[in-house]
Every structure is written in C-alpha cells, then in structure tokens.
Design a protein around this ligand. Sequence first.
Ligand code: ATP
Ligand code: MG
Length: 563
Amino acid sequence: MTENKPDNEVKAPVNFIHAIIEEDIRNGKHESRVHTRFPPEPNGYLHIGHAKSICLNFGTAAKYNGKCNLRFDDTNPTKEDVEYVDSIREDVHWLGFDWEEREFFASDYFEQIYQFAEKLIMKGMAYVCDLTAEQIAEQKGTPTRPGTESPYRNRSIEENLDLFRRMRKGEFTEGSKVLRAKIDMASPNMHMRDPIMYRIIFGHHHRTGDTWCIYPMYDFAHGQCDSIEGITHSICTLEFEVHRPLYDWFIKELEIFAPQQIEFARLNVTYTVMSKRKLLELVKSGYVSGWDDPRMPTIGGLRRRGYTPESIRNFSDIIGVAKRDNVIDVSLLEYCIREDLNKKALRKMGVINPVKLVITNYPEGQVEEMNAINNPEDPDSGTRKVPFSKELYIEREDFMEEPSSKFFRLAPGKEVRLKYAYIIKCESFIKDPITGDITEIHCTHDPETLSGRDQSNRKVKGTLHWVSAKHALEAEIRLYDRLFMSEDPEDVEEGVDYKTNLNPDSLKIMKGFVEPSIEGTKPLDKFQFERLGYFCTDSESTAGKLVFNRTVALKDSWAKINK
Ligand code: ATP
Ligand code: MG
C-alpha cells in the first residue's frame, strides 16, 4: 500500500530514522517490512534513556505496521540476573508497549552463534589465540600505529577447530585462550584488528546454567541475533557506529540476513547520571533508598515519583531523534508530566508546613461542607465536599508578621479568602517566646462572603488553601529536589568523584495534613495539592501512615510562594 502513498500524506515532521525507513519501504527493501527490537542487557534497571529507546523501537514498529521484539542481550553470565529480567518486562509493559510472543534471549541462540564461529574458522577467518588479554591489548596498536599480528594467527583450520571445540568442552582455563576474527591488524578501525569473538568464562548463566564455558563477545552476538530474528532496522546508539563495519563483515562472511544498523545520539538529561554502573553504585552504597527511589532516573523511580507512561512517551516524542550528542534539560521532562497531570489529576487541599489558624467568631463545634471543584480542566470530574470548622491549618509561608509590599497573603490586619470558604481577617497571633515561631493565628470571618454565595463584592488579593484541623489526615510528605547539584554531574576534574556533586538536600520530609477525601488512597494515586504541586501516593503509604511524594511543583504558584 505504502508504495502508492502520495508524498503529501506522509506525516511531518519525520525524524531521520523514519525518513530512512520510509525510503526503504518505498524501495521495497526487506519486502517493505519493518521489524525492530529493544535489546537490553539484564544487568540493571531501565532508565529514562532506555525509555527513549523503547519508545523509538516500539513506536517505529507501530507507526509502520511492523513488529518489535524484546530481546535480552544476556551474553555475559557474570553480571546478569533474573531480577533484572523481571523488572525490564514490567517497565516495558508499564510504558504501554507489548512484544506479544516475541520475547527472546541472546542465550537462546548460543548454539547457533557457536556454529557461526565454526563456520568462520572453517573459512580461515577466525583463529584461536593463546595471548593473554594484556598482550592482546598491547599488540592492538593505536589509531595511528598498526597493531602486531598474533603469533597464533596462522594456525591451521584443523588446529583452530580442534582447539575451539576443546575450549567448549572446558579443557582450558579462563583467560588462556580466545577465539579471534582474522581481519586486519593494520585497519584504521581498531574494532577490525582481529577482535575477540569468544572467551572462556566458567560462570553460571541465569538461563543456560553450566552448559557453556565459552561465551560470545557482544560484538559477535548482537548483529547475529538481529539477523536470526530478521530485524530490518537495528536502531542503536552512536557509540556503535564504529562497530558497524565489523558487524557488516561478520554478516557478509557468514552469508546471513543483513539487518541495517542505524545509530542515534543517546539521551542525556541535565542533573542526571545515566550509567548503569553509577546508578548501581548509588543504590549499593545507600545514597538512595533503592532502584525505585523517586529521585532516580530509572523507570521504576519515575513511576514511584508519580510520572505517567503518557508523559514519558510524550517526552520521548518531543525530544525527537538526534544524530549528535546533546543534553536535554530536565525541565522538559517536568513540563511533560505537568501537562499530563494538569488534565488528569484530581485537585485536593493539603498543607505541608502547617500552622494553626483559629476563626474566633466561628461557632464552636460547627462544621460546614464546602463545595470544591475536582478538576477545573475536566468538566466531568464534578465536585466534592470539604469540611470547614473553627480550627484550620494553613501553610506557614502564607503568613507574614511584617509583610513586604508585594505580599498579598495573610498578615496582621490583612484580609484573604480561604478557598471555597470565607474571607477572613487576621486579628492577632501567638508566638513562641523562646523560638519566635508563630504558633497560632487568630482571625475573624465574614459570614456574608461564603464562596459561591458572596454578594458582598469585596475584593481580596490572596486566596489560601487550608484543611480543617479536626478532620484532616496526617501525612508524611516527601519533597524532592534534583539528586545532583551540577548540570553535568559527571563533568568533574581528574581525581574528583562525581558523587561530590550529590545534592545533600535532595529529599525533605515534611509532616503535613491532607483533606479527608483522600482517605483510602492507594500507591500511585495522583493528585494536585492546590498551589503546591502534583503528588503521588508512595508505595510505602498505608491507611495508618499516609505518605506522598511530590512529583513536581506547580511552576507558577511555586515561583510566587518563593517570592
Ligand atoms: P551500559 O550502560 O551497560 O553500556 P546500556 O545503557 O547500553 O548499558 P543496554 O541494556 O545495553 O544498556 O541498553 C539497551 C538499549 O537501550 C540499547 O539499544 C541502548 O542503545 C539503549 N540505550 C541505553 N541507554 C540509552 C540512552 N541514554 N539513550 C538512548 N538509548 C539508550
Ligand atoms: Mg549496552
């Protein structure tokens, strides 16, 4: 169908990968099929960079009516774990993608990859080398100086085959032998200088157990897996551009199906580290509470923080696909979640840094149910009742003993409106004589000014949120700041640890109160606490102890509060 599609029907803007694919479809390459894959190594939890790759691979397949496989690249038995496999499945599904029955493991192909290696030996294109890893590295040369040929390079095909089979049988010790491709020790591309294809590892593999004691290198596995699965467009990050000639060489010499590798720039985000090794270190050394700590850039961390799959998919779309390395401002990610939650999140009132406010002329024991709007962005969301009584909590920052001229909230003698309720006037306040902290604010209300029925025509400049002291639920509220203080945490001088850039104030725990309609909330429920931001019920939250994470502040109101 696509061949007949007039150009003006193609949706713009098209990223450069989609442009290549559309060209391939037009030319009937691979029978105009589009088949991609997401190939994580199960050695850590997925992060926002992987999310970009997931959205790109699954999104591209969906856009062109193709397929996308989930393939675990589990060629290294020493670092991989089923714990990671499970979390990767969960995260990809949560993001909204489905690989149907196409879940594969590189280890499923170990026998086939082994046969590929024998084939190259038999073609005289691979040899068993007895040099140590250090010697091989030393003899590799430099980009400007050719490498040295291994003394084992010219072993006969029979000897190589025999040695390689005995490597498989476990006759040699780890590190004593490797299988290398026989390409060109003088190639300007270092990856073409007789790269290692197989090494001996007596490790237990999470799927194949002790069946194997030789394992293919990533470079001898990845392209072959793509080929076996009939992947048409093998999308990967830029660092593999220089590996491409090697992958193409293997595919050509093995005479197998040739996927097309297309590289794009990996996602970097300001104030964030993305290397799995560093994220693992933050977890293991207790700098964060775990892989799903809401400050982590992991998908699990973002989920617990209150991010939605839609917001992450939208972020991935907005940033597009780049050919050159770049860094995306983390505020763009925050923008995406604000946009999404603005439409979806129910509004609630909560006070995170409470001070008591007493309405002296309000009848003792009286309770009024005020009408509150659930979400002004969603006309179908309706209203709810919020109890109002003589004693309330308001935000400590909403009161100033000696207000500046720009302060339009509560101050002695000043008037404000309590949202959904009355206009009140501050008559006096009580101060702790020792600490100087305000402990109670005393106000009067004007009963004629009930919100919605106010005929008084009185204008006040500030509107405050509140909760009724008697009715509110106590809650722990966790406020997050960036995990790192510097925009590029890994940009440190030599000898300086990137962890010196950790922000000591990235988590602030508050004891606050929330309106009673929140009772019964479950982890991952999302709210907007009016004027304070978007919040999400934490996974540790229980009926007995409510815990909320602030996903992100409401930019505008927050800026005002900070003034
Ligand atoms: P490591 O940090 O161990 O090198 P990795 O980040 O490459 O690992 P993989 O599990 O190999 O992790 O990644 C799976 C896929 O996700 C790969 O195709 C990789 O290109 C892609 N990917 C990883 N990090 C990013 C990133 N920051 N931006 C875009 N894609 C990424
Ligand atoms: Mg990788």
